[in-house]
Design a protein around this ligand. Sequence first.
Ligand SMILES: *Cc1c(COP(=O)(O)O)cnc(C)c1O
Length: 375
Amino acid sequence: MSGFVFNEKPIEIARGDGPYLYGEDDTEYLDMGASYACVPLGHGHEAVQSAVSDQLADLTYVQASYPVAVRTRLYELLAEVAPGDIDKVWLCNSGTEANEAALKFARSATGNSKIVATMQGFHGRTMGSLATTWKDEYKEPYEPLIGDVEFVPYDDADAMAEAVDEETAAVIVEPIQGEGGINPASAAFLSRTREATAEAGAAMIVDEVQTGLGRTGDLWAIESTDVVPDMVTSAKGLANGLPAGATLCRDWIAEDHGSHASTFSGGPVVASAAEATVSTLVEAGVPAHAEKVGAYLREQLQSELGDSIREVRGEGLMIGIEVRRGANRCLRDLALNHGILALPSGRTVVRLLPPLTINESEADRVVEAMSEVVG
Ligand SMILES: *Cc1c(COP(=O)(O)O)cnc(C)c1O
């Protein structure tokens, strides 16, 4: 995880502004990881800050069984922007909870238990989501996890079609694997997955916790294909830094979702932050900006770094740079010598998930720093 990067020289962060973080000693850092994609609009975004302060003054919390205007508006907004005819919304506090709910809803709605997940996939760390996460080192100390999970190779349409059968409750899949190394799936794989699940009566869950909210150039990465899944999960940047998650479902799932519930589901303060975040993303055309700056950044990385790296992968501002030596060494060098914070993705990939509001000159700074780091 990221902690190791700073083992030798801890950086204590005092405040943030746009794509920048500032240390206690006022050192400026360009936050190219957006602290794990959690601040798509940048740090301290005005519209989000003021929505949250207004809501704090009016009402911090009320139990979820009473309607509150801000939560009702958020339900409507998410239903409106969800892919295809998805229009039911379950709110929670994190990505793992959003996936946990999706898995429970699928088991309840189908009456089946089998879950098909993908190798190198990551869906969270609570017991249910963890069982669908690939890496053994995350799972082994906690076993037995929930059973009946089968893994297929990512982007292998035949293997997926073969694994999905009458006993299957759900397939859970990322459109681009984040934690697994920034691996994009082909549109053909996603549509075969859609066909196979539809045929078997199983739910297709698309985990957009990392890819969603404009990062890949569309509000949802799955929108670059013609696939409409049964559920889409979201979290990370959903409330621009406050803890929020959502499971967006089709009617047939919502109608038979069982008895799942959570005390803080759609709490007013977090709902106000999510409403401000999502409406700003949409109204300001942030996904299109991410696509443009992302394409520029990937092109520049490719042309400037050339043979000193293995590959640049990704879509929009979800970028993986496969380096020739360890990613950790690069990340430490970037942070300490260039004032740029990025993330690892496995041992050899430097991962960039910046605020979607960065501009081309900030992108240039990253390219320059990376050239020195890998040169
Ligand atoms: C981060 C992540 C999760 C887990 O989200 P948490 O909020 O950390 O529980 C799930 N799926 C994907 C694709 C992620 O990137």
